[in-house]
Design a protein around this ligand. Structure first.
Ligand code: SF4
Ligand code: SF4
Length: 232
């Protein structure tokens, strides 16, 4: 569901179409670089946890906090030289390497990955029917060696089911429940995700938490001056 993840996929798929393949970093660089997203997540959590609740509320209701999204948009619309250079390097890395941003730098990806460890479902390989063709590992955008694992238990797996879709043997590789090993078909997973989104948004709308309490007129007053607002 992540738009950055979608962009990332398009870029490395474009890179593979241009150069025939994507490059993987050597293991000695891959492992320490993967820890960066957890460090960034820890920094974000630390900043939020260390902020007193009144200060957090004051920040969110300050003029800066109210139009923070607009300021972020302005940051990219009026990108300076350094921003352009950093974004260009990231795009090049995205094209060359599969999911560079998600794999090494995204704190939200780190959070999702850690949360996914508590999932009741896992990609599960049946060694009895697997023919060891290696197609699943080759196709995995997270570079997981699916072909030698019995159950994929890593925060790097985002449940995309690419490995399942390329497996030539029926039932050799499936998303299964941890308890009972019941097979979960892809349409049911998609339906489940859609239902969760509808339920969460529906609940938020019903209890009045979907919309903020800020008047639209205030946004229109603040947005033109967003560029001049500074952090409180
Ligand atoms: S579900 Fe996606 S990320 Fe997870 S092992 Fe399969 S291909 Fe890799
Ligand atoms: S693609 Fe299927 S058959 Fe081939 S190695 Fe992976 S699980 Fe085994």
């Amino acid at each position: 569901m992540c738009p950055i993840g979608t962009l990332s996929e398009w870029l490395w798929q474009g890179g593979a179409a241009l150069h025939g393949r994507n490059r993987a970093l050597p293991r000695w660089a891959d492992l320490p670089l993967r820890s960066m997203k957890y460090l960034l997540l820890a920094l974000v959590v630390w900043v939020v946890v260390m902020m007193p609740v009144p200060a957090l509320a004051a920040f969110l209701s300050s003029p800066y906090g109210l139009v923070a999204d607009v300021k972020m948009l302005d940051f990219f619309r009026d990108a300076g030289r350094l921003t352009t250079q950093v974004c260009s390097v990231l795009v090049i890395l995205w094209v060359v390497t599969k999911n560079f941003w998600c794999r090494f730098l995204c704190p939200y990806g780190a959070l999702m990955g850690l949360a996914s460890l508590s999932s009741p479902m896992r990609i599960t390989r049946d060694p009895a029917t697997c023919i060891d063709c290696g197609k699943c590992a080759k196709a995995c955008p997270s570079l997981i060696p699916v072909d030698v694992l019995r159950t994929v238990r890593t925060p790097e797996c985002n449940g995309c089911l690419t490995c399942v879709s390329v497996c030539p043997v029926q039932d050799a590789l499936e998303m299964r429940t941890l308890v009972g090993r019941r097979r979960i078909a892809a349409p049911r997973i998609a339906l489940g995700v859609a239902l969760i989104v509808v339920a969460v948004v529906g609940y938020a709308k019903t209890v009045g938490h979907w919309h903020g309490h800020v008047q639209e007129a205030l946004f229109f007053k603040l947005i033109p001056s967003a560029g001049t607002l500074s952090h409180p």
